[in-house]
Design a binder for this molecule. Structure first.
Ligand code: ACM
Length: 262
């Protein structure tokens, strides 16, 4: 059994140092895998690409260094969302970091709303990282509405999908029950709370971070307005059985005809 957790935070836009300090205060004491929200260090409403570039970091920047130190201190693996530079472009990325450093990176493929004016979409398949005690797939927020992404992670062996998010619509938390059930995998959605009004509209983030079991059970859900930690004890290997009865194996009975795959 392992302990998995989501930390639901309320970042202040642009206050990276303050946002990192808050994560250090909230960090769970004894979790093996901890998921933080999307853009957890910077906040969400960048005014333009110049501001985003200035707040973004590289893989050797202070935020990943901070994650490495916290992971080392707590003997944990962390998945977190942050803006990462690649040359002049910036990706909306998720990273997997342990006590020895960066072990995996995913650049969000499906950018949501005005993110399309700011970020470069990713090019690569989302990774599945084998930690020994579990295989972790990465996706970011709006990827939830494209079921082929979580399916692809599950087909490549993910036991758990770690899902940093900045959700503003109310549908994802229910949809993640289906993402878990249709793939027989655990999912951890770490959302944020609070509002930002730097654009000509206020966005309010919906919280309700959630840990969902392979059988569709909602193991834990946070509230919609407070910073908090949710956690659960799970056995990752339970996600490897795709048979739901003697007739139905969710993966073996998939049809791969082009009409169903295109
Ligand atoms: C989102 O992708 N941040 C909704």
């Amino acid at each position: 059994m392992i302990s998995i957790a989501a930390v639901q935070t309320k970042p202040e836009f642009g206050a990276i140092e303050k946002n990192l300090k808050r994560v250090a205060q909230l960090f769970p004491k004894a979790a093996d895998l901890v998921v933080l929200p999307e853009l957890f260090n910077t906040g969400y409403q960048f005014l333009d690409q110049k501001e985003l570039y200035e707040l973004a970091e590289t893989e050797t920047g202070a935020t990943i260094q901070f994650l490495r130190e916290i992971a080392f201190q707590h003997n944990a693996v962390i998945v977190a969302g942050l803006p990462l530079r690649r040359g002049r472009q910036v990706n909306n990325s998720a990273v997997l970091v342990d006590g020895s450093g960066l072990q995996g990176r995913y650049d969000k493929l499906h950018l949501f709303y005005r993110e399309n004016d700011l970020f470069q979409p990713g090019n690569d398949s989302p990774p599945v990282i084998d930690l020994g005690f579990a295989k972790i797939g990465l996706m970011v927020c709006f990827d939830w509405i494209f079921p082929e992404l979580s399916r692809s992670l599950a087909l490549r062996g993910a036991d758990i999908i770690a899902h940093p998010a900045n959700l503003v619509l109310p549908f994802c938390q229910d949809a993640m029950i289906t993402r878990s059930l249709e793939n027989h995998i655990f999912t951890i959605t770490a959302n944020r709370v609070g509002s930002e009004s730097r654009w000509d509209e206020t966005l309010t983030f919906t919280g309700k971070s959630q840990i969902t079991s392979w059988n569709g059970n909602r193991l834990m859900q946070a509230g919609n307005s407070q910073e908090m930690i949710i956690s659960a004890m799970i056995e990752p290997k339970e996600a490897r059985e795709k048979k739901i009865n003697q007739y139905n194996d969710l993966f073996a009975m998939r049809h791969k005809e082009p009409a169903l795959c295109e």
